[in-house]
Write a protein that binds this ligand. Structure first.
Ligand code: BDP
Length: 701
């Protein structure tokens, strides 16, 4: 059904046809030529056949290597899909410069209207698959355009594309017992009761969703690798892993595993996991060779070490370059990668010690190691220095390491942003990060240019993100949270796309072209992050959530704990002083332009004021309001806006699929209720601390 089909329904649902007059199928849609023998090309053929059938109701004739000989009419109207090296027909259809312009996973599509042919070509089968999904997407979007007047009509007739990021990865935080760390959409689709699932079809459907947005890599188990998942590298589970890898392979996606740093001890029977120990190194070499024997195109290991009680090289007085390079050596003969996470901090620090600041940790640990990592090591850096808060500064590690491969890590699963019970479209948050200028090589050194490897000309680079899916019927718990998964893939492919473009695409693909539906849902998505920020932690301070599960307001939940995430609110003021002058010195981790801007309370942007400064409640923001009045105003406003979201959705009854309607409606009701709880908790707390009245005299309990 429509929930499950997500953005790949091709307007086949009853409701998604409203407002669209389906145009006739183009002449080429009657036949598909995909004559090369390759799994991914077969996938493309299957997708195109199915997509055209759903959209136009016509079943194309398919011409493959198997029936090519009987096919008399190699020059009849049709669409040709293939790669330059394996399909001479396709290669000849494009000029040399057209072919040269698209490499690897890039592609070009061109219509020959006179002959009723469409040529779809790429250097690799993956490129041809991405082209297929792009073509289908454009065909669906085209149904909402009137060809005569719309300049973007028939966009599919000439397309040339190249992905901006080489690695476009998804991280599953799934455990083999079937649970998902920070999962808000049901149980794992990968595992149940300590075993791999038997429902391989669902995994395949997930692969297809991901590939349709351009994802090309996935790690399938939690970064916190427990005892049983440690066995994934062994005979006990390798054939299961291989089976899953083959589903992803069909969709051009490479499989990675999160590995336990202490594996040589936990499963190898060694007494140490010291990265400089010969036996340990040998163990990894041998074990890795076994993994490749089962999965020849295995991607590599994702590692969380020395973080939140996970083992790592610190135990042996070694650093993270030692640890990562040991694994790099084991993977190198097979072309594998080590993806090493920079989420390393001391979670047992003492709140009485003002010199510790969790925000500093990643930079302090990794910056000194720049230049020491092997060429097949990539550091994976969270977007912010803390942990996926609704608002925090951009990680200063971006722009701090010129000699190190890096990928940017986002969190699609809404751990701190409403857990898929609240609506929170995250693309605008990610855009702020991507467009942030680090000034690492002067103006124009945006994070997106570090993530894509161009600023420092790095061989490996890209995006990774924690998935938000589970076994829920709509994959994501909240049906509108699908937009975050879709948008992540689209941004990883092209970080220049705007939040608006992505929202518009996703809504039309999912719900069809009824302009009222499109307008209302896009509006809900685009306002949702600001709304969520309004009624939760103010001005970049973050963390006012219940400990452990992180849902719901709790101003002091973490304030006096060892996890090191504080707001320092007292009766005089609030905020974390991270200045050089009087605070933790964190601001100095940025290049001069940003360091100076953040250091001064005059130039620090309002939205990050409390991330960098401790100020009195009466401090006047650039907006002209005092901090305390800002807190009151945004919280009253945010709760009202959450109410409006629910009302807006209710108006769409009868215009969208009824199951989706109900699911969203009940979540929006919950959000509206819960936003009031946030409002009251936060306002009351700060009213009592500050003793300052609301200028507008509204009720604060
Ligand atoms: C935090 C999560 C925790 C993860 C950790 C990580 O609360 O469950 O294990 O990040 O990224 O956001 O390793």
């Amino acid at each position: 059904g429509p929930q499950y089909d997500a953005w790949l329904g091709y307007l086949s649902g009853d409701y998604s046809r409203q407002g669209a007059s389906i145009k006739a199928a183009p002449a080429w849609a009657e036949r598909i030529y995909a004559i090369e023998n390759h799994k991914v090309i077969s996938t493309a053929l299957g997708e195109l056949t199915q997509g055209l059938e759903k959209l136009f109701g016509v079943k194309a004739k398919t011409v493959t290597a198997a029936n090519q000989a009987d096919e008399q009419a190699l020059n009849a109207p049709g669409v040709w899909i293939g790669t330059w090296s394996e399909n001479p027909f396709v290669a000849q259809a494009f000029s040399e410069s057209e072919r040269a312009a698209v490499q690897g996973e890039g592609y070009v599509i061109r219509e020959d209207e006179e002959q009723g042919r469409l040529w779809v070509g790429a250097e690799t089968p993956q490129g041809a698959l991405y082209a297929t999904f792009h073509l289908l997407r454009e065909l669906v979007l085209d149904q909402g355009r009137s060809s005569e007047t719309d300049p973007s009509a028939k966009k599919w007739s000439y397309i040339t594309e190249q992905p901006r990021n080489a690695l476009r990865m998804i991280n599953q935080w799934d455990n083999v017992d079937g649970s998902i760390e920070r999962g808000y959409a049901g149980e794992s689709i990968f595992y149940e009761n300590g075993e791999f699932t038997r429902d391989i079809g669902r995994i395949r459907d997930y692969a297809r969703l991901l590939a349709s947005t351009g994802i090309n890599a996935i790690s399938i188990n939690n970064v916190n690798v427990h005892q049983r998942e440690t066995l994934f590298l062994t005979e006990r589970f390798l054939s299961d892993v291989a089976r899953v890898a083959s589903e992803f392979r069909d969709y051009g996606i490479r499989l990675f595993l999160s590995a336990n740093y202490a594996s040589p001890m936990e499963i190898g029977g060694l007494l140490t996991a010291d990265p400089l120990d010969e036996q340990v190194r040998e163990w990894w070499n041998i074990q890795t060779a076994k993994v490749y024997a089962a999965i020849p195109d295995f991607g590599g290991y994702l590692i969380k070490a020395d973080s939140e009680n996970r083992p790592g090289p610190f135990t042996y007085n070694r650093d993270h370059a030692d640890g990562a390079n040991m694994l790099a050596e084991a993977l190198r003969p097979f072309g594998g990668l080590v993806i090493w996470r920079c989420f390393v901090y001391n979670c047992k620090q003492d709140w009485r010690d003002r010199s510790t600041d969790r925000a500093r940790a990643a930079y302090d640990h990794f910056k000194p190691l720049d230049g020491r990592f092997a060429d097949n090591v990539i550091l994976q850096i969270k977007n912010g220095p803390m942990d996926f808060q609704v608002r925090e500064a951009v990680s200063p590690l971006f722009g701090a390491m010129e000699k190190t491969n890096q990928v940017l890590e986002f969190q699609i699963t809404q751990e701190y942003t409403g857990q898929q019970r609240h609506l929170c479209y995250l693309i605008p948050q990610w855009k702020v990060v991507l467009d942030f200028d680090t000034y690492a090589k002067g103006q124009g050194s945006e994070v997106k240019r570090i993530a894509d490897g161009s600023l420092y000309n790095r061989p490996h680079s890209g995006f990774a993100a924690v998935s938000n899916i589970g076994a829920d019927a709509c994959w994501t718990g909240h049906p509108l949270a699908q937009a975050n998964l879709y948008g992540y893939g689209r941004l990883a492919w092209n970080p220049e796309l705007s939040s608006e473009e992505i929202a518009d695409e996703w809504v039309r693909l999912t719900f069809g072209h009824d302009e009222e539906v499109v307008g209302q849902i896009s509006g809900m998505l685009l306002n949702s992050l600001d709304i969520y920020e309004n009624y939760t932690a103010p001005l970049g301070v973050g963390w006012m959530v219940n400990p452990d599960h992180h849902y719901g307001p709790n101003v002091d939940g973490y304030e006096y704990s060892k996890w090191g995430t504080y707001h320092f609110a007292d009766c005089h003021g609030i905020g974390v002083d991270r200045t050089v002058k009087s605070g933790t010195g964190y601001a100095l981790q940025y290049h001069r332009e940003n360091a100076e801007r953040y250091e001064s309370v005059e130039t620090c942007p309002d939205e990050l004021l409390l991330f960098f400064h401790h100020v009195p409640y009466t401090h006047v923001l650039h907006s002209g309001k005092t901090v305390i009045q800002h807190i009151y105003d945004t919280h009253f406003l945010g709760a009202e806006q959450a109410e409006v979201l629910a009302e807006t959705w209710r108006k769409l009854e009868g215009k969208v699929d009824p199951e989706i309607f109900e699911k969203v409606a009940s979540r929006q009701e919950d959000q509206a209720e819960h936003a009031k709880e946030w409002r009251d908790m936060i306002n009351t707390y700060f009213y009592r601390k500050s003793g300052i009245e609301d200028e507008q005299g509204r009720t604060i309990y």
